[in-house]
Write a protein that binds this ligand. Structure first.
Ligand code: FMN
Length: 372
């Protein structure tokens, strides 16, 4: 039987399950066109909103690298070492809706077989704000977007009725999804924040509100490190910094834990995995936990802005994986999706050694041995 890299996710067909996440790689028409030419199955646009946005004075994103030889973990000590994470305090798109609409139309006309999900965000504190959600949703749908991703997760919004402050409140996020659900007919994905104590609560809320899928994770709230020489935050404006978002390799295990919680609680629901993916082996984690698509940001930013090499490796990796496992009947992502979801269980259910084998402490693993 032939292998098939395509997937059907929330009723949308993707030629492959890999999307550029909502972020700088998808902030312009030119980038999105290049991304489709490079082979991405879909894109989620940079988040579109109704409010004028002004970013901080200075860099919005930096990349933290670990260089054991130099003894540094830093954003500012060159490109030596390996990538640890991205850190950003970038706001949503600074282009207004009116700019985006003709661009979405042109992109869809040029690439009707590729998937464009429009990411949108508004507030939730008044009827006017809720109308913003409706306006954004209808305009993107009418322009040809295949689906919408509701950004309930931007980690650096001061407003209490916006971004991750919606995503932390189960009633608000359910309500916002409901409002958009009533306004449009295309599939709705809700992008949740990982900065909550039990993400299963918010996932349940957005599904109750009518979401077709949950996307997770957005970046994790975090600070830039302090330079030990200057005693300044490595990213600051006039000496001041603020909570921003961590992405890239450092968050893969963290995002997996959130995804596992949700996938176990809602095994029949659709999930789009995000966080720390640059190779197929990384994406495989999300598929095995039950995700139907995977989104990528940091790795693409570092590869010619839209990740031509990243997508080539992801698709090639998926193909090679399917060919390697063809004898098991795994011909598509659907054949192995969710295979390890039920292997994540409670700590107390993990097998303990026989009493006779048990040594206690760390002795058995050598951590207590000072010379090792
Ligand atoms: C500079 C930057 C800007 C981002 N902007 C948005 C955004 O506008 N909307 C959104 O939903 N997520 C945004 N994100 C989050 C990414 O879509 C993604 O969830 C996160 O970076 C984790 O994926 P990664 O580990 O592949 O980077 C942004 C991330 C970065 C690094």
């Amino acid at each position: 039987m032939g292998i098939d890299t395509s997937v059907s996710f929330t009723g949308i067909r993707f030629e492959n399950p890999f999307l550029l996440a909502s972020a700088p790689p998808t902030e312009s028409e030119n980038n999105i066109m290049r991304a489709f030419d490079a082979g991405w199955g879909g894109v989620v646009t940079k988040t579109i909103g109704m409010h004028p946005v002004v970013n901080v004075a200075g860099p919005k994103t930096k990349f933290l690298r670990n260089n054991p030889e130099a003894g540094t973990l830093s954003m500012n000590k060159g490109r030596g070492g390996v990538l640890h994470s991205s850190w950003n305090w970038e706001l949503i798109s600074d282009k207004p809706l009116d700019d985006w609409i003709p661009r979405i139309e042109r992109i869809k006309q040029a690439h009707p077989g590729k998937v464009l999900i429009a990411s949108i965000m508004a507030g939730s504190g008044s009827d006017r704000e809720l109308d913003h959600w409706r306006t954004l949703a209808r305009a993107c749908q009418d322009a040809g977007a295949d689906g919408l991703e509701l950004n309930l997760s931007c980690p650096h919004m001061d407003r209490p009725d916006m971004g991750s402050n919606i995503g932390k409140d189960q009633e608000l996020c359910s309500f916002v999804v409901q409002v958009v659900r009533q306004a449009v007919h295309i599939p709705l994905w809700a992008k949740l924040t990982p900065a909550t104590s039990d993400i299963v609560v918010e996932a349940g809320a957005v599904f109750r509100g009518g979401a077709d899928a949950v996307s997770s994770s957005n970046t994790w709230p975090s600070l830039p490190l302090i330079d030990p020489d200057t005693l300044e935050f490595e990213l600051n404006v006039d000496g001041y910094t603020s909570s921003g978002g961590l992405g890239g390799p450092a968050i893969l295990p963290l995002s997996m834990a959130k995804m596992a919680q949700m996938a176990r609680a809602f095994p029949d629901k659709a999930f789009s995995g995000i966080g720390g993916v640059s190779e197929f082996a990384h994406a495989l984690n999300y598929f095995l936990l039950g995700c139907g698509t995977v989104q990528i940001c940091t790795a693409a930013m570092l590869d010619q802005a839209i990740g031509p090499h990243v997508i080539a490796r992801l698709v090639e990796g998926l193909r090679a994986f399917l060919e390697r496992h063809a004898d098991r009947g795994w011909t598509s992502v659907e054949s192995f999706r969710g295979l390890r979801r039920d292997n994540v269980i409670q700590q107390s259910q993990i097998r303990r050694p026989d009493h006779s084998e048990y040594q206690g402490g760390f002795d058995a693993e050598g951590y207590a041995d000072r010379d090792s």
